[in-house]
Design a protein around this ligand. Structure first.
Ligand SMILES: *Cc1c(COP(=O)(O)O)cnc(C)c1O
Length: 359
């Protein structure tokens, strides 16, 4: 059956069985199927990856005034939930070797803030962070580790799915991710009880009683059964998507890697990336804006690398531990067009425009 065939079938089942409201077969099965795929005992399907990060923080016991270490180079959705919990972010620099959280900067932060409550590491653009060292540090300081794997479903670190190493892992099915349900997220953990608790919080913390009884603050974060039906169909095409994304990346490497000043994303032997986006660093005469505007003239969208959180006006007042690695990745970085709907001709058109900037 085609990809859309599976999605139609599951969504149709949701309508046929009148389970259009939250909960129902698809939600349970989407959780089970994703958990089995990433090899983790428990998963909670939620309305977004952001909601999953929020409930991960809550599950880790983060509350008002607590300090949370957060990778600076990321999308704002990683950091916003720290503020939702009235906690205090401390941003951590990246490492050139991974583009993700620098273990040395993290260690420095632990020494500066020994009372920290949780760490959020990100596997950006489908590249694994140096998770062994980061996990080791978190265990040494006895601090909860949350992995934002929103961009890294299908990325394996030493053969294990990213997002399954820490206390909590987060996936996103937003429209721009490697697979999508139009919007949605998943919280995963080895701790089945905390996942059950997250489901409870996500359904308004409604106590098991005939009437509506609430002993705790609740959230409306549960994924709907229709959305979960789409997710079940999407899981079946993840492998194919990763293969397509890998081909796009390989095309760019072949065409662009010999150009003066071009450096590709890091390539670590323990990492098997999903290549969600193909990104480069430009360290020569041609600048990121030259590439972005040249592509734009041909109606092709490309973007700078994420602007680090410690450089964002909203987060600038919080502490940052590190040097200028994340800042340089931002200043020199370009995310190349990486949509799996691109044809061979589209890809050739993109590389021809980019190569033109060097002639
Ligand atoms: C997309 C994304 C999120 C948030 O996921 P949503 O489902 O859009 O809420 C969090 N972190 C990163 C790194 C992301 O790319």
């Amino acid at each position: 059956m085609s990809e859309q065939g599976y999605e139609r079938q599951y969504v149709q089942e949701a309508f046929d069985t009148n389970w259009i409201a939250p909960l129902g077969t698809n939600v349970n099965e989407f959780e089970n199927e994703l958990a089995a795929m990433v090899k983790i005992p428990a998963a909670a399907a939620l309305t977004s990856g952001t909601a999953a990060i929020h409930l991960a923080l809550k599950a880790a016991g983060v509350g008002a005034g607590d300090i949370v270490f957060c990778q600076s180079l990321t999308f704002s959705a990683t950091a916003n939930p720290i503020i939702y919990q009235d906690a205090i972010p401390v941003f951590i620099d990246s490492d050139d070797a991974t583009w993700n959280m620098c273990p040395n900067a993290l260690e420095e932060a632990f020494k500066k803030y020994p009372n920290v409550k949780a760490v959020i590491v990100v596997h950006l653009y489908g590249l694994s962070a140096n998770i062994d060292r980061i996990k080791e540090l978190c265990q040494h300081y006895n601090v909860a580790l949350i992995e934002d794997a929103a961009e890294s479903l299908g990325t394996y670190y030493k053969g294990q799915q990213t997002g399954t190493f820490g206390d909590y892992g987060v996936f996103s099915f937003n429209g721009n991710k490697i697979i999508t349900t139009s919007g949605g997220g998943m919280l995963v953990s080895h701790n089945k009880e905390m996942i059950a608790k997250a489901r409870f919080w996500a359904t308004q913390s409604r106590e098991p009683a005939r009437h509506y009884e609430h002993k705790e603050l609740g959230f409306n974060y549960r994924m709907s059964n229709v959305v979960a039906g789409i997710g079940r169909g999407q899981l079946k095409v993840l492998k194919e998507r990763v293969a397509q994304k890998t081909k796009i990346y390989q095309h760019y490497v072949q065409e662009l890697s010999t150009l003066e000043g071009v450096e590709f994303m890091p390539n670590n032997e323990w990492d098997k990336p999903n290549y969600w986006l193909s990104c480069i660093q430009l360290k020569g005469k041609v600048r990121p804006l030259d590439v972005i505007t040249a592509l734009e003239q041909d109606n092709i969208e490309s973007r700078p690398v994420w602007k680090p959180m410690h450089m964002q006006p909203f987060f600038a007042k919080y502490d940052f531990v590190g040097t200028d690695v994340a800042e340089q990745l931002f200043l020199n970085g370009v995310c190349l067009p990486s949509d799996t709907k691109m044809t061979e001709e589209d890809l050739e058109r993109v590389t021809k425009i980019i190569k033109g900037l060097w002639s």
